[in-house]
Design a protein around this ligand. Sequence first.
Ligand SMILES: Nc1nc2c(ncn2[C@@H]2O[C@H](COP(=O)(O)OP(=O)(O)OP(=O)(O)O)[C@@H](O)[C@H]2O)c(=O)[nH]1
Ligand SMILES: [Mg+2]
Length: 301
Amino acid sequence: MHQGALLVVGVGGLGCLWAERSHSRCSQFSDLLLIDADEKTFTGSPEAHCLHLDASGEARGTAALPMLAKHRLKEGMDDIQPLLDNAELVVILTCLGGGVGSGASSEFANLARKSDCLVVSIVGFPFAEQPMRYQLAEENFSSLYDNSNVCIRLSLERLSWQAKQRDLDWKEGAGWIEELVEGLLMTFANVGKINLDLMDFRTIVERPGNATILVGSGSNNSLSDVVKKARESPLSNLSVDGAKGCWIQVEGGPDMTIYHLNQVTDEFVSRLDPDCQVLLGARASDEMIGRIRIVAVVSGI
Ligand SMILES: Nc1nc2c(ncn2[C@@H]2O[C@H](COP(=O)(O)OP(=O)(O)OP(=O)(O)O)[C@@H](O)[C@H]2O)c(=O)[nH]1
Ligand SMILES: [Mg+2]
């Protein structure tokens, strides 16, 4: 895979935080783009490409309104178009309900699709106790969904519940988001035991119907727990039972055996449609010794 083929993009304050954290785990083989109206967002990542939506210096106000954010994005696109020309897979992280994420994320996804990129979006939804923000999120979700190949809706409530269980910070993604992005990008960046490439991924994600991504990891002594964790991962509230397409990547240490591989995949696919198309990949790395991780994209739901 060529340099720049994998692009992690944050849109808005929370999305940029998630993107930064995810990218820090896979900075050797992916690029990072941060899009926001708030300049403070860019201070922590010297290696990031940044699009400041209010960079004119003409004090045209904040981009707190979705329509304004969208407009500013279009104005600034010339600077980042070369990144899109080079990218093959774009992972967008954003949270709806504010101005920047709600306005600019769907427009960015649209431009990425026009540049022939595969677009995976991971989209946070506000807490129910913020009804105005929630409504704004609902209003802007469908265009992001339509402009993405895979769009995963995750509730901040579920995320914060998971974060409490793990004693982590929900704002930083509770560890889940970075694990998901890392798993996805590693698959493409490394030659695995059985290699999956972007064409396979495209075959699965372009199936009609809904698609979602699941991630689960744990000890290679308790494979059922790994599968259970993946099924219960909080990123989406869709049930994958009966799905027609599945792209599954299993990662383990050098101690991973065919037994481990068969156990987790058999158990994972057992609830999918009997005629489900399954594309399987596996890779071993030293840092996964004693552990197994599944990253799966399930489609045709
Ligand atoms: N309860 C709570 N919700 C938050 C917090 N931070 C972000 N959110 C939610 O996440 C959504 C998106 O937040 P940001 O990513 O900061 O918004 P933005 O896209 O930068 O948009 P702006 O409003 O222009 O800053 C908000 O609508 C809130 O619903 C927080 O600290 N507490
Ligand atoms: Mg903001």
